[in-house]
Design a protein around this ligand. Structure first.
Ligand code: RIB
Length: 296
């Protein structure tokens, strides 16, 4: 490892309420599910945990409510070794929750953002020192877009690379996309981005995650596809988050995309072998061992 990268994740923290079912209910229908459990989640928190398990020194800027979910989620982040002084405990809003239905090896998610919308630009000013001392900043779209834009500007001021995971998708202003280092949409988000007038001009900033079909990125107007690893799938929730956390960990160590992507693919593959967004997220040794086993 070249050095312990300093990563700042600005993003969401949710409690995931996960129900497993073999049959997805139709509109107006009730079905009986197989199991229910609470898991720590939120795209921001998931990405922070993924990076921390891989050896990064991670600061998180986010918000939870002053409630039981909030307290246990912040405690959990601390036990993962994540610095939590950038997390606000709001007495105005309750902790964000995600309702996740797990079925047929895939999921459907509805997020009630709650306190995640208390992550306002003033919080970025308040924690400017964290931004300034980071090797890379990682953002998603479960906090106000205004804050995402503000963070990108702040990072630019200090010349710090930024990766934006545009999930859940919202139309991104051209200014934002032009000012970040990479954008990491999945298939659905990339299709929405293709509709934007600026798409051709920003193609080389894209790292598109396609699940089983691997990852595509562009270089000199040529698309390169990096294969994913085949594993027994338990739960794909958080696979994209693991990919993003692993990707920025490698980029912050100065590795090129061509090396960072296969590493992040391996981390994501390991993460989907357990139920719960963060349960299967691997350590650095686990990823390295897996890569050696698979590459022979
Ligand atoms: O990407 C998976 C995450 O999306 C879940 O943990 C859930 O909280 C939602 O934010």
């Amino acid at each position: 490892m070249r050095h312990n990268p300093q990563i700042c994740v600005v993003g969401s923290i949710n409690m995931d309420l996960m129900i497993e079912t073999t049959k997805m209910p139709q509109q107006g229908e009730t079905v009986l599910g197989q199991s229910f459990a609470f898991y720590p989640g939120g795209k921001g928190a998931n990405q922070a945990v993924a990076a921390a398990r891989l050896g990064a020194n991670v600061h998180m800027i986010g918000a939870v409510g002053k409630d039981e979910f909030g307290a246990s989620l912040v405690d959990h982040l601390r036990t993962e070794g994540i610095h939590t002084q950038g997390i606000l405990m709001s007495d105005q809003k309750s902790t964000g929750v995600a309702n996740i239905i797990l079925s047929e090896e895939d999921n459907r998610i509805i997020v009630a953002p709650g306190a995640n919308y208390a992550v306002v630009p003033e919080m970025i000013d308040k924690h400017e020192e964290i931004i300034r001392s980071s090797d890379i900043i990682l953002l998603q779209l479960e906090i106000p877009l205004q804050t995402v834009l503000y963070t990108v500007k702040k990072a630019q001021q200090f010349n710090i690379p930024v990766v934006v995971n545009p999930a859940p998708y919202q139309q991104l202003p051209e200014e934002l996309v032009r000012n970040v280092t990479y954008v990491t949409p999945n298939k659905i988000e990339a299709a929405a981005m293709k509709e934007e007038a600026y798409f051709a001009a920003i193609k080389e900033k894209l790292v598109i995650t396609l699940g089983k079909e691997g990852v595509v990125y562009y270089n000199n107007n040529t698309a390169t596809r990096v294969k994913s690893f085949k594993v027994d799938v338990k739960d794909t929730t958080g696979a994209g988050d693991t990919f993003n956390g692993a990707l920025v960990t490698k980029l912050a160590q100065g590795e090129p995309l061509s090396d960072a992507i296969p590493f992040a693919n391996a981390a994501a593959a390991l993460s989907i072998m357990k139920t719960g967004a963060q349960e299967g997220m691997p350590t650095l040794d686990e990823v390295n061992k897996f890569i050696i086993e698979r590459n022979g």
